[in-house]
Design a protein around this ligand. Structure first.
Ligand code: PHE
Length: 354
């Protein structure tokens, strides 16, 4: 009896899981289990033998049953324990902060320009980046044979044979928005048109896609003096210091007279400082809108005149933030963007308002 007891209790204590335990239960106390068979033998015993063996067998059966249920409970606890350990979650840990983006320097400068011109009453106008060659060239007094077409390194859109839509180009400048605004709203006009433009060009200061901001003002008595005032106001607000401008006679097919505009600066130790010194840096093209352009825009040149200008957003961003290579704007190097990025837009305003 003692051997039986030792054997089963040891086996039960060592059962690794519930199914091993169930097998042991069947083998020990199941209908044909060892203990049950021994109980059946009681009938063949003498009354005396039975008096000793009967209670002992019953006690052993009870012991085995309680060992079975104790082991079952222990196995269940261990399983739960293991699960709790595996699925443990520390809800008191601080959360992982979401990555915070920042404003790209070009967008920052774009917004700065828009805000400053808005202070001077310029509304924002837009045009498509895929433009017909009429808006991009012809209407701006750049006919088919004109050398400016070749100089602009234009990207032409492919046209399938039999496609009779007008030829399209990736706009080479924001000036076509001048024509669109004239045709859309008529005179008077006071708009800026910031946007992307495209030229097949690539080096330290040229990328195939870059940004320009166009300005157009049309009214009954505007002159170059108004243009000069607007630009000096703009540059002084943009650079946060009084900036002188220098107008150099130039030529654009869509303005007459035309001027290239330089801003006052100094070059010190490879750094450009705007608004001081006696060097000059070219930043934009401008002029009085050519009468032919007004006509193409449906405006009577005998009644109205105006000025227009176009400048590179990337270029003035490089100047303001001391960025030496234009191509870095478009490399998507996060370290670079973080270095020049801004977590919130900082928008300058005209001193004292207009
Ligand atoms: N569109 C010209 C350029 O891209 C700039 C310009 C705009 C010049 C308006 C005069 C007037 O170079």
């Amino acid at each position: 009896m003692d051997d039986l007891k030792a054997k089963w209790l040891e086996a039960i204590g060592a059962a690794a899981d519930e199914s091993a335990l169930e097998t042991l239960r069947v083998q020990a106390v199941g209908k044909k289990g060892e203990i049950s068979l021994k109980m059946r033998e009681l009938g063949r015993m003498t009354a005396e033998e039975r008096q000793v063996a009967g209670p002992a067998l019953n006690a052993l059966k009870d012991e085995i049953n309680s060992a079975l249920s104790a082991r079952k409970a222990a196995l269940g606890d261990a399983a739960l324990e293991a699960r709790l350990r595996a699925e443990w979650l520390d809800v008191t840990l601080p959360g992982r902060p979401g990555r915070q983006g920042s404003v790209h320097p070009v967008s920052q400068v774009w917004e700065e320009c828009t805000a400053i011109f808005a202070d001077m009453g310029f509304a924002v106008a837009e045009g498509p980046q895929i433009e017909t060659d009429w808006y991009n060239f012809d209407a701006l007094n750049i006919p088919g044979h004109h050398p400016a077409r070749a100089e602009m390194d234009t990207f032409y859109m492919h046209r399938a044979e039999g496609d009779d839509r007008p030829p399209h180009v990736l706009r080479t400048h924001t000036s076509p928005v001048q024509i669109r605004s004239m045709l859309d709203q008529g005179a008077p006009i006071r708009i800026i048109a910031p946007g992307r433009v495209y030229r097949a060009d690539y080096d330290q200061t040229h990328t195939p896609m870059f940004h320009q901001i166009e300005g157009l003002a049309i009214d009954r008595d505007l002159s170059m003096a108004n243009l000069k005032w607007v630009l000096e106001e703009f540059f002084s607000a943009f650079f946060g210091t009084k900036v002188k401008t220098r107008f150099r006679a130039s030529h654009f097919p869509f303005t007459e007279p035309s001027a290239e505009v330089d801003i006052q600066c100094s070059f010190e130790g490879g750094m450009v400082k705007v608004g001081q010194g006696d060097d000059w840096l070219e930043v934009l093209g401008s002029g009085m809108v050519h009468p032919k352009v007004l006509k193409a825009g449906g405006i009577d040149p005998d009644e109205y005149q105006g000025f227009a200008f176009g400048m590179g957003i990337d270029r003035i961003a490089m100047l303001k933030y001391g960025i030496p290579d234009l191509r870095a704007f478009f490399d998507s190097d996060l370290r670079w963007l973080r270095h020049y990025g801004f977590s919130a837009l900082q928008v300058p305003t005209i001193r004292g308002g207009v």
